[in-house]
Design a protein around this ligand. Structure first.
Ligand code: GLC
Length: 581
């Protein structure tokens, strides 16, 4: 093909960028495939145990259910499984309210079941990653029962007690302070009333938490996801702030996230627990600005990587905003959010994710209602497997799972969903508007039972059992069994992408660079010196600059064969090219 003037300029720019990246990679002693750690090369599969597989007809998933599906998880290329909490818990926040850090909730099984899971997983080269919920316990934890019993017990200052409340709003709504009659004081809870915050200033608390984490290391776990970790340090002064809602309260996130001094706690955590083990750590770190990433992740940081939520919080300028007041965003905003995470982590490492147990399903989240959901799932999968970082796949995402068509507020289990609904009504929204907001954003969209087959209850539990949360009616056409047989399914496309990723080392270790930064439809980027990816994030056709087609080889196309004109990138089409023939 004859090069036009503009294509020559483009080729020069790509060459300069790629050459520049090679220099940076060199200068940083950066990262050939061979010196990547195991968790940088693998995929992490997230399981929400309550909803994965019920083996004893209780309507609730369990650990043997995870063991039963290890081959399935392995077939997705996973080297690790992050399991949301399965410690003993009253279950107010589905296990994120822990009442014993070193036990197994009987509804999920026994310690022997857990040890078997570790063994069976290990035999398939899969490691189990625990979720550490260390900002708070359940109010039923024996530490809290003791601490709340009087002002002078041995654990009196294991939690945060005050005579006067401030006007801080808990993340799940209402005041962040709750009155305790036996102490005649208030205690602080960043999340629900039943989730009192631990006092990390107390060295005994920190030691007890580190001991718990070390207990799981001694069981052979392969890493930790550390919950809500940016909230553990409270600011020096407890004072009122300008309210940000009709309730006269101010989001606690604005006040306590990433408070000065937090890194001292985290460095101690690293020293006492993580150092010296062949594990990975990923902190859930809302509120860390990109210029502080270097302290939080990578070899000089406290964790190997952190979840920050640029992308999933796209409709909200800040964390903790009301679901009934989302803002409009554009494809450029979506691109910029992904790009800023990738750029922020360029000297370190990051997870790549579009879903988890707190987010709506990604095909609904990031694309308009009328978008073709299978195409949307494919382009998300391409980005997940080709952006720089460790891909985290949330159960069902590999099937192209979609949100639930919720009928009414009673159907939801999630406490934050119910609060967001009530708040929207108080704030003057109609029931329908409130319902639309929670229908879209509810965390329960991700938490419905895993869709294994098209039989009653989707194969999650016995056919006559009532699952703890209704099965999404989409199970008739979105389920693992039928997708297994369909060569054109999202599931098989995931597997194809995983092997593609493994065969192209640039996708593991190559630098990321943004291309076409101002294009309003196409998200394009390069990996390493040879691979370029172009994703049309819009639902209408876009024109791919000729330069993508000059002296390049098409390696993968989500819409192969649908367009006679290679310059035409169909709506929701993704292509991967190799530079040079
Ligand atoms: C984290 C968890 C979420 C939980 C909250 C409180 O954000 O991901 O599910 O509700 O912390 O523990």
């Amino acid at each position: 093909m004859i090069m036009t003037h503009s294509s020559r300029i483009f080729a020069i720019i790509v060459a300069i960028i790629l050459g520049f990246c090679a220099d940076i990679a060199f200068a940083e002693g950066n990262m050939s495939e061979t010196n990547l750690k195991w968790w940088q090369k693998s995929i992490v599969y997230q399981i929400y145990p309550k909803s994965f597989q019920d083996t004893n007809n209780t309507g609730t998933g369990d650990l043997p259910g995870i063991t039963q599906h290890l081959d399935y998880v392995k077939s997705l290329g996973a080297g690790a499984i992050w399991i949301s909490p399965f410690y003993p818990s009253p279950g107010v926040d589905n296990g994120y309210d822990v009442s014993d850090y070193v036990g197994i909730d009987p509804k999920y099984g026994t310690m022997a079941d857990f040890e078997k899971l570790i063994r069976e997983a290990k035999s398939r080269d899969i490691r189990i990653v625990m979720d550490l919920v260390f900002n708070h316990t359940s109010n039923q934890h024996e530490w809290f029962l003791e601490s709340s019993s009087s002002r002078d017990n041995a654990k009196a200052d294991w939690y945060i007690w005050r005579d006067e409340p401030t006007n801080w709003r808990a993340i799940f709504g209402g005041s962040a302070w709750t009155w305790c009659e036996s102490r005649k004081q208030y205690y602080l809870h960043t999340f629900a009333v039943e989730q009192p915050d631990l006092n990390w200033e107390n060295p005994e608390v920190r030691k007890a938490l580190f001991d718990a984490a070390n207990f799981w290391l001694s069981k052979g776990v392969g890493g930790f996801r550390i919950d809500a970790i940016t909230y553990i340090k409270k600011p020096g002064k407890f004072q009122n702030f300008e309210p940000d809602g009709i309730d006269g309260l101010r989001s606690i996130h604005d006040i306590t996230a990433n408070s000065p001094g937090i890194l001292d706690f985290l460095r101690e955590f690293k020293r006492e627990v993580f150092d010296g083990h062949d594990i990975f750590t990923v902190g859930e770190a809302n509120g860390v600005p990109s210029d502080e990433l270097k302290y939080w992740s990578g070899s000089d940081g406290v964790f190997d990587m952190i979840f920050e939520f640029n992308v999933t919080r796209l409709p909200f300028a800040k964390h903790g905003e009301f679901w009934c007041k989302p803002s409009d965003w554009t494809i450029l905003d979506f691109k910029n959010a992904i790009n800023s995470t990738q750029q922020g982590a360029r000297k370190t490492w990051c997870p790549v994710f579009f879903e988890n147990h707190d987010e709506p399903r990604s095909v609904n989240h990031f694309f308009p209602k009328n978008a073709d959901q299978k195409k949307a799932a494919r382009v998300l999968a391409v980005m997940l497997m080709t952006l720089r970082g460790t891909p985290f796949v949330f159960q069902g995402e590999e099937l192209g799972a979609i949100n639930v068509d919720w009928d009414n507020i009673e159907m939801f289990d999630d406490l934050s969903t119910r609060w967001q609904y009530d708040f929207a009504i108080q704030d003057g929204f109609s029931r329908e508007e409130a319902m639309n907001a929670v229908r879209f954003f509810s965390r329960d969209n991700a938490r419905t039972p895993m869709q294994w087959n098209s039989k009653a209850n989707a194969g999650f539990t016995g056919e006559n059992v009532k699952p703890w949360l209704p099965v999404n009616s989409s199970y008739k056409f979105i389920n693992a069994e039928s997708e297994e047989k369909d060569p054109d399914s999202i599931l098989n496309f995931y597997r194809e992408l995983v092997s593609f990723r493994n065969q192209n080392p640039e996708l593991l270790s190559g630098e990321y660079e943004l291309l076409l930064p101002n294009d309003e439809k196409i998200f394009a980027y390069s990996r390493g010196q040879k691979i370029i990816i172009a994703v049309n994030l819009s639902t209408s056709d876009a024109e791919l600059p000729e330069e993508f087609l000059t002296n390049t080889q098409l390696l993968l196309d989500t819409e192969s064969g649908t367009s006679m004109d290679p310059r035409l990138l169909r709506g929701l089409e993704a292509r991967i090219y190799r530079l040079g023939m």
